[in-house]
Every structure is written in structure tokens, then in C-alpha cells.
Design a protein around this ligand. Sequence first.
Ligand SMILES: NC(=O)c1ccc[n+]([C@@H]2O[C@H](COP(=O)([O-])OP(=O)(O)OC[C@H]3O[C@@H](n4cnc5c(N)ncnc54)[C@H](OP(=O)(O)O)[C@@H]3O)[C@@H](O)[C@H]2O)c1
Length: 379
Amino acid sequence: MLPRPMPIDERDLALLQRAVDLAERGRRTASPNPMVGAVVARDGRPLGEGWHERPGGPHAERAAIADCGDADPAGATMYVSLEPCCHQGRTPPCTDAILQAGIRRVVVAAGDPSEKVAGRGLGILRDEGVAVDVAAPDSAVGRAARLQNQPFRKHARTGIPWVMLKAAASLDGRLATHTDDSRWISGVASRELAHQWRADVDAVVVGIGTALADDPLLTARVPGVERQPRRVVFDSEARLPLTSRLVTSLDEAPVTVVASRAAPRSATDALESSGVEVVVAAGANEHSRVRSGLESLGQRGVTSVMIEGGSHLAGACFDAGMIDELRLFVAPIIVGGRQAPGVLGGQGVERIADAVRPVELSRTTVGDDLLTVARIKEW
Ligand SMILES: NC(=O)c1ccc[n+]([C@@H]2O[C@H](COP(=O)([O-])OP(=O)(O)OC[C@H]3O[C@@H](n4cnc5c(N)ncnc54)[C@H](OP(=O)(O)O)[C@@H]3O)[C@@H](O)[C@H]2O)c1
């Protein structure tokens, strides 16, 4: 249990927000670790600041202490976006660094949900006489800190990656025409934004229907991107062609095929010989195989995925209760047709009273498209 939130003044809030902003710099490099930022300050004036850049690299707290340079952090306050860790990982515990530096007060924006830490980091600091304050969970900075690390928080608690579904639909909710033509529904600006999102996640996921129909590359075409997302195809029978752009571009980013036990050995062997990773999702139906496939990805350190369709796979994920966030572009075109697929195939809910209501919605325009971001679950 985290200690009860203590009063935190305006100056504290501004420095905590600075820590959250610093954490953001690790968005594309910190995974599977959380994004964390830290500021060491005396009387409200920063002495040093840091953030966690990548796994194996210094944690934000150590980086901020090192950044103090000649200014002695003893007696100062540390503002940190996430509860400091207290366990030996690839780097020593941050609580040790804080105690060694003589920090007298630690102010935290959000608790760490992982079992190894969850309140213990703060407990250790308190036991050693450090004053510890935690932002109220419903404060703006507390929420910002939690939202920033949704993938880490969900993965730490459940072992399953955070799942975001991205789709582009017509005004009448169609993903493609009845002939399966879907290029391009959304405008250029929306597609560019989707490339940025690919760079933000650990994996991009499609169903084999989309892989066969569109032969996509699924890389993040973003200048300067350091790490491409893993590309994942849900493909029960391992039908992904060896000549597909996914398989022939393995030098750009890895590919994983999530097959089922129904996949012929010859097909999985051929994919593996080409360098594709094949995982077998257990389960008697599509829902359980969606879950099992995502769990397998989680075990491989994938903390976030963006599902890019199609309708069939997205529907199975929705029916399995696996979607944490929907990002939907609606383009100003009308397609029509009973056979034209909607955003979510699958079964869906039976009654409107059972419809899923997002916990938070935001709407913006991107070029000529309307973008709705619907947060369905919060971790
Ligand atoms: N507008 C957009 O945003 C957008 C985005 C993506 C795609 N699209 C369009 O959508 C069309 C393809 O969509 P689609 O619905 O036919 O196919 P899909 O959802 O891409 O793929 C469906 C297939 O995935 C396989 N699969 C493997 N494991 C699964 C599981 N656990 N649950 C569900 N499916 C699983 C199944 O085939 P197996 O059983 O054989 O494995 C299933 O038939 C294309 O025309 C594409 O261009 C549009």
C-alpha cells in the first residue's frame, strides 16, 4: 500500500510536472522499463535533472544526482515521476543512490505497480528518515504520470501488453469496401501520425487477412527512429508467404507469427528458417488464442502493441476484452454496402446496455479526418 498522499504545494507540483516531462524523453527507448524523470532541487531551484533513457542505462534518480555536478545534493529534495525502485536489476537500487546522496525529501508523482516495488521503495526511504510525499492520485500530475506509463503499468500487473487498436473508417464506419479495397481511407496527415505511433509501441499487430490483402511493411517511417517495432501477424495456419514484404524485410525489424496448433509443421519450419519467430497460441477459440498470443508477446518483453486490423482480428480482441485504447480516424467519405467490413468484426455485445463506454474520450481533427481517442481501461 502506498502511504496516504501528503499536502504538496504549487512549487512541488511544478517540479513534479518537470519530472514527468523529462520522463517523456524515454518514450521510444526505455521499454520494457518505465519512462521515469527526476529533478533534484533545493528551495525550489533545480540542482540537477535526469531521465531513464534505455534498459541497462542509469535510472532517472541516479542521472539527476550525477547531473548535480559540484552542487551537493545532501539535504535537497528529489522530485520523481515514478516511485523509486528498491531492487537490484541491471543497475543497483535507486533507493540506495538517494540515501547515499543524502536527499532529505522525495516527492513522487505515481506509485510503481510492479510487485517488486509497490510501496516498498517509499517504505525503505521512510525507514531511513527521508520525508516522502506522494501526489494525490486524482491530481493532474498524478494522472499524467500514470497515463504516461500505461504499457509498463499493465504489463507489470498482468504480463500482457497494453493494447491499442488503430483504425481508419469511412463516415459510415466501414474499414474497406465490399471488394476489400481500403487504400487509402484516411488522409496523408493521419497516416503520418500512425507512423509516429508505430515508433512509440513495442509491436505492431495485424491479422493474416490484412497481411495477405495489403502486403504491408508495418515499419515506422519516421526520420531518426532508433528502434523499429516488432511486426506481428496473427496467422493460425502460418500462411504468411515467404515472399511477403514482411518476411523479405527482416533486416529492418523482426517478425513474429502467432500460429495455432493447426499450423502445418512444414509452414512453421519454412518461416523459422527464413528468420521469422513463430509462437504457438494455445486455446480452443479465437478469444483464448488472442489472449494466449498477447501473453506470449508479453513474456518476450513486449509491453505495448498497436493493432492495425483488420476487422476480424480487431473484433476477436474486442470480444476477448483485450483492447485498452481505440484510436479511430473517421474520413469524410461514405462507402456503404452490407458486405463492407466495420471497425470491429467478431460477436460484439448483445444489448446496447452492455456497450463498452470509454473512461475518457478526446476528439481532434487531423487534416480532413476526425480522430477519436477512446481510453477504455486505465492501469
Ligand atoms: N481501414 C483500416 O484501418 C484497415 C486496417 C487494416 C485492414 N484493413 C482491411 O481489412 C481487410 C482485412 O481484414 P480481415 O478482417 O479480412 O482480416 P484480418 O483481421 O486482418 O485477419 C483475420 C484473420 O486473422 C487470423 N487469426 C489468427 N488468429 C486469430 C485470432 N486469435 N483471432 C482472430 N483472427 C485470427 C484468422 O485467419 P487464420 O485462422 O487463417 O489465421 C482470421 O481470418 C483488408 O481488406 C484490409 O485492407 C483496413
